[in-house]
Each structure stands twice: as structure tokens, then as C-alpha cells.
Ligand binder design. Structure first.
Ligand code: NAD
Length: 256
């Protein structure tokens, strides 16, 4: 019997087995959670995600582009029909056009900025609004951020501004949903090699710097992010909402 036995969750943001959302999934499944999933609406995304999650026998595995309200509505309707409720939601989604990230922030286009903000920050608002009616008291939502939303990390550019918006949206959502007994928190993860991070210029340098600078002298392990997810999504964090937890081996506290 795991600490999530009998709990139903939705995981949004698996692209492949390197995704932070997959690390969360592995921890949650180990603890007995029953999970629903979404994938980007493309045959290759569907194939990759199906390969990973089919053995878990999800009742819901649907395409969802978070820029489309109708996709979001279909997913939450399917969750309602299959399970009747939702105990937790993992939002692990971001995107900015790589060519925009390569430019200095001052050069980013209006279209690129809107697109990145929509997918990386507004999507948390949209999916929280759709999830809330299904969530009983004691439910929880978690999203994934990065230190580049607090401090200027050269190369992270527009995505840093998206993470600042994401973190503050998370706090306003924590307020709006707090009286319903729904908690909303963020994990600020240390740098990990994933599909998304491949689009960040100078990412390898960031990772090496994180190893040199962090208190623990290493980078974070995916399993450590999964375990931090368990904390925020379980009753171990019942008194915690609107919080950003740095799971970065102590990188963010060092002023170097
Ligand atoms: P990833 O590429 O595996 O995951 C990003 C996910 O976003 C993918 O599953 C992708 O399909 C999804 N996505 C993009 N556009 C979408 C859209 N329009 N609709 C629905 N889904 C969409 O990379 P990851 O590193 O696991 O990223 C997950 C989260 O973690 C992101 O918010 C990222 O910014 C954050 N993060 C990553 C790192 C890192 O170093 N990798 C560090 C801190 C925070």
C-alpha cells in the first residue's frame, strides 16, 4: 500500500523518458497512484508517450495542446467520465521558439513572446480552472519552474520572464483555490538534459556552472524531482500552498 493508493492524478507534459513529468510519474506510480495522461497532438508524441504509459493502463490518454481550450475541455471531461474526480494535477509544460531563445531578450518578437507566455504560463491558469471543479478538498496542483524566473540567467532569456509569470500565477491560483482546499505549488528544478532544455542556448554551460556553484557540488537527479513532487501532491505538505521549492542541490542560495 503506497502513500498514493486510491488517489487519481493527471500528468501533463511527458515528451519522453527524460521528461521531468516522467520522473514524477515513476515516483507516483511507485506509491500506488492511478494516473491519466496527455500528450502533444502529433503521431510521434503519441507513440512515444504511449510506449511509456501503456503498461500503466491509464483510462485516459488524450492529445492536448494547451493553446486550445477545446482540447483542455475534452481532457477534463474524459477524466470526469472515467474517474469522477481528480486528486492532483502535474503541470510540466513549457515552450518558446528556439530561434527566439537564441536572440538577446531585447530582440524577442511580439509573436514569440505571446506564444511562449501562452504555453508556458497561461496554460497553468487554463488547466487549473478546468481541474478545480473535479478536485475535492485536499487536492493539489504542482508546476515546474526554474531559477531563471528569479534572476537573470544569460541565455534563458524569454523563458525566464515566462517562469516569473508562472510562479506568480501559481501564487494567485493558490489564493483563488485556497478556500476550496486546493493547494498550488511550484518546484524550481535544477538544470536537466531534456527535449525542452536542448532549446536553451548555453544550457551545458549552465549545468556545469550549477555543479561548480551548488552546495552539494552536483546536479539534481530526476528521482529527486519525483520525490519533491510526492511531497507537494501528498498530505505531507497539507499546510503549504503558493510556495516555490528549489530542488537544485542548493544552487539558488549561493551568491557566486
Ligand atoms: P520536456 O520537453 O520533456 O517537457 C516539456 C513538455 O511541454 C513536453 O512534454 C511538451 O510536449 C510540452 N508542451 C510544449 N508545448 C505544449 C503545448 N502547446 N501543449 C501541451 N504541451 C506542450 O522538458 P522538461 O525539461 O521535462 O520540461 C518540463 C518543465 O520543466 C517545463 O516547464 C520546463 O521549463 C521545466 N524545467 C525544466 C528544467 C530543465 O533543466 N530541463 C529546469 C527547470 C524547469
Amino acid at each position: 500500500m503506497g502513500m498514493f493508493t486510491g488517489k487519481i492524478g493527471l500528468v501533463m507534459g511527458i515528451a519522453n523518458d527524460r521528461s521531468i513529468a516522467w520522473a514524477m510519474t515513476e515516483s507516483l506510480v511507485r506509491e500506488g497512484a492511478e494516473l491519466a495522461f496527455t500528450h502533444l497532438p502529433s503521431p510521434s508524441s503519441e507513440r512515444r508517450v504511449r510506449q511509456l504509459v501503456d503498461p500503466l493502463g491509464p483510462k485516459v490518454l488524450l492529445p492536448c495542446d494547451v493553446q486550445k481550450d477545446e482540447d483542455i475541455a475534452k481532457v477534463f471531461k474524459a477524466v470526469q467520465d472515467a474517474y469522477g474526480r481528480l486528486d492532483f494535477l502535474v503541470h510540466s509544460i513549457a515552450f518558446a521558439p528556439p530561434q527566439e531563445l537564441r536572440k538577446p531578450y531585447i530582440e524577442c518578437s511580439r509573436e514569440g513572446w505571446h506564444l511562449a507566455m501562452d504555453i508556458s504560463a497561461y496554460s497553468l491558469v487554463a488547466v487549473s480552472r478546468a481541474a478545480a471543479p473535479l478536485m475535492p478538498e485536499g487536492s493539489a496542483i504542482v508546476t515546474i519552474s526554474y531559477f531563471g524566473g528569479e534572476k537573470v540567467m544569460p541565455g534563458y532569456n524569454m523563458m525566464g520572464v515566462c517562469k516569473a509569470a508562472l510562479e506568480h500565477s501559481m501564487r494567485y491560483l493558490a489564493w483563488d483555490l485556497g478556500r476550496k482546499g486546493i493547494r498550488v505549488n511550484a518546484i524550481s528544478a535544477g538544470p536537466m538534459r531534456t527535449l525542452s532544455s536542448a532549446g536553451v542556448s548555453g544550457f551545458d554551460e549552465m549545468r556545469e556552472h550549477a555543479v561548480r556553484k551548488s552546495c552539494l557540488g552536483r546536479n539534481v537527479d530526476p528521482e529527486e524531482l519525483g520525490k519533491a513532487g510526492l511531497y507537494f501532491l501528498s498530505d505531507f505538505s497539507n499546510g503549504v500552498t503558493g510556495e516555490v521549492l528549489h530542488v537544485d542541490c542548493g544552487y539558488s542560495i549561493v551568491g557566486l
